[in-house]
Structure formats: C-alpha cells, structure tokens
Design a protein around this ligand. Structure first.
Ligand SMILES: O=C(O)CCC(=O)C(=O)O
Length: 283
C-alpha cells in the first residue's frame, strides 16, 4: 500500500492522520515568528474576541486564543507547503484535482487559554448560518488541516479529538445533543501530538475542541481547509449576495474569510496559486 493510501485509510477509519515534517525543521521557526509578528499587529482587540465567543447562545470562540484571519494576506512563506504533495495527494485521493483552500487563519493559543467546545467544522457545525442540517450524509465533503508551527502535546494544548466521531451524523456544537455536554471531557477524547512542521489532516466532521495550553509559550497553528472545487464557498465571501441572504439579513453567525489580495496572490509560489485563485479579490 502506498503512503497516501495508508493515510487515506487512516482518515477513513479514525477521522484524522498526522503528516510529520511537511514544513522542514529549519524553516518552521522563521514562519512561526513571521506569523506571530503579523498576528500581533493585526489582531482584533481582546474585547472583540471575548464578545465574539458566543452568538445566539452558541459558543463559537475560545477566550485566550488570538486569531489572525486569512493569514495568507500577511505572510506567504508557508504557501508552498500547503501544496506539498504529501498533503495534496491525500486531498486529491478524496476529491480529485482542483481542490481549493477555503481558509488560512492563524491561531495562537496563549498560555492558560480556555478549553474550547466540541464541534465539527463547516459545513457540519450547526451554529454556522450555512450548514448541512443534521443528520448529514456519510460522505467526505471537506478536509480540515491544522499546521503545527510549535509542538503539539497534551501539555501545549494539542487539539482534542474524538477518534471515529467523523462517521456520526451529528455533532454537539449547537447544544442539540442532550446526552453530550459540549464543554466537558468526552470519555474517548485524546490529544493530537506532533513536532512543529507537522500537519494534522482530518475529515471536517470529526468532533474536536481547542485544548488548554498548560505550557508557558503560545501554541501556534495555521487552520487551513481544503474543499473540492464543486463545494460552494461563496457564503464566506464578505459582500457576496449569498452571504447577505444567508448570514447578514437573518442576522445569524457565519464564518467569513476575506478575499486573497492580488498583491499576496502574485507573491505566492506557482504551485500554491491554483489553491487560491478562486478567492482572488480585486485589490
Ligand atoms: O487549534 C486547535 O487546536 C483547534 C482549532 C479548531 O477547533 C478549529 O479549527 O475548528
């Protein structure tokens, strides 16, 4: 069995896999420093972060986690790795060619950050205005990745996951599973661990949560999601008619990802450009 077949089987069985060494050890520290500097000068005020932790009674953010939205607009040095064959071959094994990236947020979990809530990612998170209503079909429609820019362990707050939960037809994000407290320890939970430079790749249905960082250094990661070309992402685009109709006019929370600026796009490595071309903005 080829390496990519083995990783695909692992995702099918457990809901996730870890690909180590995608960003070389000699590069990852510099990328981390660049992202942390960009995060420091672009991050939203902490009041804003706290206010955004709940929407209509649903938990959607995590106190103590700083976010730089669509980091590719500020930093492009990590882009070639997003197109690394070790990751893209997995994505293409599920979706075929012409996958698209839907998000490149950078998160820094500060020492002592709160634990997050159990959720699946878009389009399965029922707190998001646009979602596939549960029970959703048993098919892989979106792949999420979390790129470890600092080491992930139980101590540093390696992502919490419930192995196998990607095959379940619902998730407890919206508090609509009375048998599951979405803020509590789940009996079969485990931390994802790996050295800096690794990519956690998971079926977006997998139940996961932000873990508390009990170390004295920020735990930094890039959240990158890969969609097949046929999955409609327009609802994420600020100003799109679909976003106005589905998110803004009803006044429901809905994730958004700014367009990739032309300047950032032009400085991307050639192999990364096809992953972002669909999200190219005017400026
Ligand atoms: O940063 C983490 O460990 C988890 C992030 C997360 O929950 C998400 O991207 O949906």
């Amino acid at each position: 069995m080829s390496a990519v077949d083995a990783l695909q089987r692992q995702i099918e069985r457990d809901g996730f896999c870890v690909v180590e060494g995608v960003i070389p050890a000699g590069e990852v520290q510099a990328i981390n420093a660049e992202l942390l500097a960009a995060l420091e000068s672009n991050r939203e005020p902490s009041e804003g972060e706290l206010a955004k932790t709940r929407s209509r009674g649903h938990r959607i953010g995590t106190p103590g986690v700083a976010v730089l939205k669509q980091a590719i607009n500020e930093v492009q040095s990590f882009a070639p790795y997003l197109a690394d064959r070790r990751v893209l071959d997995i994505v293409e094994a599920f979706f075929g060619a012409w996958a698209r990236i839907s998000c490149t947020d950078c998160v820094a979990n500060m020492p002592g950050n709160a634990r997050g809530y159990w959720h699946a990612d878009w389009p399965y998170n029922q707190t998001n205005a646009s979602h596939i209503p549960a029970p959703y079909p048993d098919a892989v429609l979106h792949l999420s990745t979390i790129w470890m820019l600092t080491p992930f362990s139980a101590e540093t707050g390696g992502t919490l996951v419930v192995p196998g939960s990607h095959r379940w037809p619902r998730n407890p994000a919206a508090g609509d599973m009375p048998e599951v407290d979405n803020e509590a320890v789940y009996p079969t939970e485990r931390h994802v661990e790996g050295p800096a430079g690794s990519a956690l790749v998971y079926d977006s249905r997998l139940w996961h949560a932000v873990a508390a960082n009990r170390s004295d250094q920020p735990r930094v990661a890039l959240i990158v999601r890969y969609a097949p070309w046929w999955l409609n992402l327009d609802v994420f685009m600020p100003g799109s008619e679909e976003r106005k109709m589905i998110v803004e006019e009803p006044g429901i929370f809905g994730s958004s990802y700014p367009a990739v600026s032309r300047e950032a796009y032009e400085s991307l490595a050639d192999e990364a450009k096809p992953l972002f071309r669909h999200w190219l903005g005017a400026r």
